[in-house]
Ligand binder design. Structure first.
Ligand SMILES: C[S@@+](CC[C@H](N)C(=O)[O-])C[C@H]1O[C@@H](n2cnc3c(N)ncnc32)[C@H](O)[C@@H]1O
Length: 260
């Protein structure tokens, strides 16, 4: 805990990733990935294998990875060998990621909120009855011009930070939050499906267990569905022993892909 607090203070990060909570989440994920390395290994391998299995045929061009995170499930070496340029997009690139990337030519890091909502949410300027702002132009351009666009375990995360902040703001009820969550998910799926060649790996469902018994299942995509799910697997995101009270959590992960 003290180590995580220190890392929070010392990590170079802009106002948006700090205030939105993204920095804290990344630090927590880094620590959990270390503690749960064995339990996460298969999910990481499955994601990497999916990214490679759906590579477009010709070499060269540009790949865009949305939600590159800590590069836990990104086969960076193979992507860098296949494409002239690989663009890694995340709300924040941690120092460990920047260090890894220094070893590669043709890598570009883009720090961006891919929902395009967080600034407005944090400023208290997003109202339930107003149109949500369009996706960032830079994101749409990156997606439209890429030869391969990968959404890497990002989709279910996108509503979490905006909804967490909005739930504390006046005027938002549960139904409005759920509708916004669904819109955020639908827009991201729509963006990917409009790309030349694309892959989404995403949580579909969260399953909460207490002492080995399933207590609750939650739709991770707010009622939205991936266009065509080709594969599914389970990711023990918090395996037994990780949480207090005999709890553990499994995510059901799905994979959808399309394009020429
Ligand atoms: C489960 S992690 C993905 C893991 C990652 N693919 C890896 O290999 O380490 C989800 C990622 O989504 C990013 N993220 C969450 N909300 C975002 C947003 N609005 N814009 C951009 N990135 C976001 C987080 O920073 C985090 O890196």
């Amino acid at each position: 805990m003290i180590a995580e607090a220190l890392r929070y203070l010392l990590t170079p990060a802009g106002r948006l990733p700090r205030r939105s909570g993204a920095l804290s989440e990344l630090i927590a994920m880094q620590a959990r990935a270390r503690r749960c390395a064995d339990a996460w290994a298969e999910h990481r391998q499955n994601t990497q294998a999916a990214i490679l299995a759906h590579l477009p045929a010709g070499r060269g061009g540009r790949a865009v990875v949305l939600g590159s995170g800590l590069l836990l499930d990104i086969p960076l070496k193979a992507l860098a060998a296949h494409f002239d340029e690989v663009v890694l997009v995340d709300i924040l690139h941690m120092p460990s990621v920047r260090r890894i990337c220094r070893g590669y030519a043709g890598l570009r890091l883009v720090g961006m909120d891919v929902t395009g909502l967080l600034e407005q949410v944090l400023a208290g300027g997003l109202r339930p009855d107003a149109e949500i702002p369009p996706l960032p132009g830079r994101l749409r351009e990156l997606a439209a011009t890429a030869d391969y666009v990968i959404s890497a375990n990002l989709l279910s995360q996108l509503p979490l930070l905006p909804l967490r902040h909005l739930a504390r703001q006046p005027g938002w009820n549960d139904a409005e939050l759920a509708r916004l969550g669904a819109d955020i998910v639908a827009r991201h799926i729509g963006l990917l499906a409009s790309c030349r060649h694309w892959l989404i790996v995403a949580d579909l469902q969260r399953r909460y267990f207490v002492r080995g018994r399933l207590e609750e299942s939650e739709d991770a995509l707010f009622g939205q569905t991936l266009p065509e799910i080709r594969e599914r697997w389970e990711w023990p995101v918090a395996p037994p022993g990780e949480l207090p009270g005999g709890r553990h959590v499994i995510h059901v992960v799905g994979l959808a892909a399309g394009g020429g």
